[in-house]
Design a binder for this molecule. Structure first.
Ligand code: SF4
Ligand code: SF4
Length: 494
């Protein structure tokens, strides 16, 4: 509901003596279709984003025989995330944190440049609502027809159209939920299991949940999700500044509004007349029911469709386009003061800061990714007992060693101790290499957990606690990984 409509409603209630209720019932919105530059951009983005979402799970990526061949996969069972050539292990989930920080900063940058760019063009709620609206127009007609039907009693045709619409909505919603679960297991296998009713129950459950939420959010709740449920409009309003571009109605050019005839009459009488012909097309196409001529409102998702609608009208009546367009608050203020507008300034301290942070975090993550080791090594000293004295007087410490081979092929490693020549190292059940160090075999993309025993003769007179370094070396590739721990030879409390 626009500010003007709310004011009219409140005035009418006041006049009638009825107290203004705190709850305003939702006014159903019937957005009209529109053609134009921004509408085309929105279609392209809609096909791109939905195309990626629906079909990405079917893209294959060869990682060798023992690894999954799905390009993007969240493998919960083996605790791995695959993204084309990148494989993230649980201990590397800081990459995900980095990606989330970059995503948040990108949102801030978009906001600093052009307000709610995300809301208007890329947010899933906007994209799916757009798709559902397209289905609605296809089945029940454009704004005028739908409004007329809403005031008519149901007949066979309107009933059939409604059935068709809801069926199409449910199909889209179902496929939305279906595509989501495909990211968590091999997509072709799961599709086969789903159609033969052999898929796990959780797959059906998640498809059901996402089908229902998509159907209600995009089909029924639409703009209410953006206005009442989403926190971003409030956060966005706190983050923006007067230099951000927003969809703006040019009051100075549009007012006083009136029909072409009225404007001509005013002009011939020497009075000022604005360019707005009060055709209401900007309001009719708005998916959130906003009249942009009432100023910037929290309900406006900045989709730009009113720009296309107004430009079409302006072109039709031979007036310059741009009566509604992207503009900054600073220009609105300058024009109110009768001053000239300033060109938009995208390069500002806050945009430089956001872009700089994105670049620094992005480059750091990329560097960490390309230089990361394909071995993960960790060690845990036995706590109880810290050491044991053997019958021959030697002292032994025990450790649990964990080796993760992040490479797509099996590997053989040698494990040795550095700077602790007097010690003897044993790995339960392991063979030894030519130099006498134990050898460990780890399968492709697998983790090996093994017990390590380090002992030292009493003649070596070890200190009570000594730093030691375990060096794991790939026998063929030469890659090494090192972990540090302690060798304890007497009770620390004595
Ligand atoms: S007012 Fe214009 S930009 Fe805002 S939501 Fe409506 S059509 Fe989109
Ligand atoms: S579409 Fe343009 S001309 Fe028509 S009412 Fe809106 S601002 Fe005025």
């Amino acid at each position: 509901m626009s500010v003007k409509q709310i004011q009219e409603r409140e005035a009418a209630l006041e006049k009638s003596g009825v107290e203004t209720p705190l709850y305003a019932p939702r006014q159903k919105i019937y957005p009209q279709s529109v053609k134009g530059r921004l509408r085309t951009i929105k279609w392209v983005l809609l096909f791109l984003t939905l195309g990626v979402y629906y079909f990405l799970p079917f893209v294959r990526w060869d990682r060798g025989l023992d690894a999954p061949s799905q390009a993007v996969l969240v493998d919960l069972e083996h605790r791995r995330f695959y993204f084309f050539f990148i494989e993230i292990w649980p201990q590397e989930f800081y990459y995900l944190t980095g990606l989330l920080i970059i995503a948040a900063l990108t949102l801030f940058l978009m906001n600093a440049v052009a307000g709610r760019l995300w809301c208007g063009y890329l947010c899933p709620q906007t994209v799916w609502t757009d798709l559902f609206l397209w289905v609605e127009r296809l089945t029940e007609g454009d704004r005028r027809e739908r409004m007329q039907n809403a005031n008519k009693p149901w007949d066979l045709e309107s009933f059939a159209r409604a059935i068709l619409k809801h069926w199409a909505w449910l199909m889209i919603a179902w496929w939305t939920g279906g595509a989501w679960v495909l990211y968590f297991t091999d997509a072709p296998t799961l599709v086969y299991e789903l159609v033969t009713y052999n898929a796990p129950f959780t797959a059906y459950l998640w498809i059901g949940i996402l089908t229902i939420t998509t159907y209600f959010f995009a089909g029924h709740m639409r703009e209410q999700v953006c206005t009442y449920m989403c926190p971003w409009p409030r956060i966005q309003a706190a983050l923006t500044d007067e230099w951000a571009l927003n969809v703006t109605y040019r009051y100075d050019r549009g007012e006083p509004r009136g029909s072409v005839k009225k404007a001509a009459a005013l002009k011939s009488a020497g009075k000022p007349a604005g360019d707005c012909v009060d055709c209401n097309q900007c309001f009719n196409v708005c998916p959130t029911g906003v009249d942009i001529r009432d100023g910037l409102q929290i309900d406006c998702i900045q989709c730009g469709l009113c720009i296309d609608a107004c430009d079409n009208i302006m072109t039709k009546i031979g007036r310059p386009t741009g009566l509604i367009g992207y503009d900054t608050d600073i220009n609105v203020k300058l024009r109110q003061e009768g001053k000239k507008s300033l060109p938009p300034s995208i390069i500002r301290p806050r945009t430089i800061l956001y872009a700089g942070l994105i670049a620094v975090i992005g480059v750091t993550m990329l560097y960490a990714l390309v230089t990361r080791s394909s071995i993960a090594l960790s060690i845990l000293h036995d706590r109880n007992p810290l050491f044991v004295k053997l019958s021959d007087g030697s002292i032994r410490n025990a450790y649990t060693l964990r080796v993760a081979n992040k490479y797509g092929g099996a590997r053989e490693f040698s494990i040795k101790l550095e700077r602790f020549d007097a010690a003897h190292i044993d790995v339960v059940g392991a063979e030894r290499d030519a130099d006498g160090w134990p050898r460990l075999k780890v399968g492709p993309d697998q983790t090996l957990e093994t017990r390590i025993l380090v002992s030292i003769s009493p003649d070596a007179h070890p200190p009570r606690s000594q730093d030691i370094r375990f060096v794991l070396r790939d026998i063929n590739g030469g890659e090494t990984a090192i972990v540090k721990d302690h060798f304890i030879s007497s009770d620390e409390h004595n």
